[in-house]
Design a protein around this ligand. Structure first.
Ligand SMILES: Cc1ncc(COP(=O)(O)O)c(C=O)c1O
Length: 439
């Protein structure tokens, strides 16, 4: 599925090419820069949110991407990268996968956004309820934020309680109740009833449940902790046991926000992987390989409350993403599913850690192998991360310095081998430039 094109052959994207000077970087991204200058005049900030240039390493990453295929992305200047961001996790069977795009585009020709739902909505709900462990119903929305907001609202309505508990640094979307990226003073009203605790800290969680006893509507957690800028953390068995015990005792609902990890750990949901039993689950991103759809799944006890909600959005029932989701589920299984993702991720993780050590770095890959993230020990401001990821981008590998990475089923053994070849040279460059920087 991976392809090289005329546009890219022998170009800067080759993983074997070496680091570049600042001037060469600029010309490598001339088209990106020109678009950015135009954007700055008509779009606040030019590019906003998590896609803004400062979130990557300016000068080393493209600002605009034009197309993608399999595991490769191509920027506005035609540079090619092996991609480990996968559309922020949404690409699981590869960009432009014909098994997904074929039926999706066929439906697009027949009609996408219709007045009433397409029958595929029923098929998809049945499929997910059959597949995702412990869930009895499904409602479809567009963004992950829609799903997490609806989940917490349903929990509040059902319990008649207001307080939402979440882990410090967890991302559940860009709505005001959960956004951690906006100066909080503006959000005081919206976040008044949201309480945070340090992930995996049983004592802190117990203390919070005690302090808020009688007020807690729900606890929302990602299946494991993937905070931005930090190593990822898996839940301890003591923590997951405490979560379930405390929620039960309080009569609070337990929500697993599986938007980011879904279907990369377990086809029955990441909660199955970690043996937990949520009342509500949100999924999105990989659900339809990049077509815009997310889902809230729930248990029977919440069905009545969910059906009393006015759940709607102009685009929420468009047919194409539902057809794409059904095809993506089939294609994931056909391409090897979670076992294959874990196997590829393991090779990448082991390779990066040992190449780091060989070059004198204590670089660790945290999180499940299918959703890896590399950080350096004693690198609190992520300076080494940024340098390493910039050097990888110079070599045609797109690894985000501040956000976890994703393996897709379109990555091949050859992609991983080329990535590790690039990493050997990136670690060496980092090591020698640090040596010259030292006084
Ligand atoms: C765990 C988690 N929840 C919710 C969201 C929000 O999803 P969306 O960006 O589709 O609104 C994200 C997005 O990154 C996420 O990772």
């Amino acid at each position: 599925m991976n392809e090289m094109t005329d546009e890219t052959s022998g170009a800067a994207g080759s993983p074997s090419s070496s680091g570049r000077s600042a001037g060469a970087q600029d010309s490598r991204f001339a088209a990106s820069m020109a678009y950015f200058e135009r954007a700055a005049r008509v779009i606040p900030g030019g590019i906003y949110g998590s896609k803004s240039p400062g979130f990557l390493v300016p000068g080393h990453f493209p600002y605009y991407l034009s197309r993608a295929r399999g595991s490769r992305i191509y920027d506005a200047d035609g540079n090619e990268f092996i991609d480990y961001l996968c559309g922020y996790g949404s690409q699981i069977v590869g960009y432009g996968n014909p098994a997904v795009d074929g039926p999706a585009l066929e439906q697009a020709r027949k009609g996408d956004l219709l007045n009433q739902p397409h029958p595929a909505m029923v098929e998809l709900a049945e499929r997910l309820v059959g597949l995702v462990d412990g869930m009895d119903w499904a409602v479809f929305v567009k963004n992950g934020t829609d799903a997490t907001t609806l989940a917490t609202s349903i929990a509040r309505a059902d319990t008649g309680k207001q307080v939402i508990i979440a882990a410090e640094g967890a991302y559940h979307g860009a709505a005001n109740w959960c956004s951690t990226n906006v100066f909080p003073v503006f959000l005081q009203a919206e976040q008044r009833d949201v309480r945070f605790f340090p992930y995996n800290d049983v004592q802190a969680l117990e203390a919070l449940f005690e302090a808020e006893r009688g007020n807690i509507a729900c606890l929302i957690l990602t299946p494991y902790h993937h905070p931005t800028y930090k190593p990822q953390q898996l839940p301890t068995p003591e923590f997951t046991a405490a979560v379930e015990r405390l929620c039960r005792a309080e009569g609070a609902y337990f929500i697993v926000d599986d938007i980011r990890a879904n279907f990369r750990l377990d086809m029955h949901g990441s909660h199955k992987f970690f043996s937990v039993h949520p009342d509500l689950i949100t999924m999105g991103k990989a659900l339809a390989n990049g077509y815009p759809i997310s889902v809230l799944l729930g248990t029977d006890g919440l069905r009545k409350t969910a059906s009393s909600f006015f759940i709607t959005g102009t685009y929420w029932m468009s047919a194409v993403p539902m057809i794409a989701a059904l095809a993506t589920l089939d294609e994931m299984e056909r391409m090897g599913g979670t076992a294959r993702l874990a196997e590829l991720g393991r090779v990448l993780k082991d390779g990066l850690e040992s190449l780091g050590l060989e070059a004198g770095f204590r670089a660790r890959v945290s999180g499940p192998p299918a959703i890896p993230y590399l950080t350096f020990d004693e690198d609190p401001d992520l300076y080494l991360n940024q340098r390493f990821c910039a050097a990888m981008a110079d070599r045609g590998v797109f690894m985000h310095p501040h956000h976890n990475w994703f393996i897709s089923l379109a990555h091949s053994e050859e992609d991983i081998a080329r990535t590790l070849e690039a990493a050997r040279s990136a670690f060496a460059e980092l090591s020698s430039s640090l040596a010259t920087e030292r006084p």
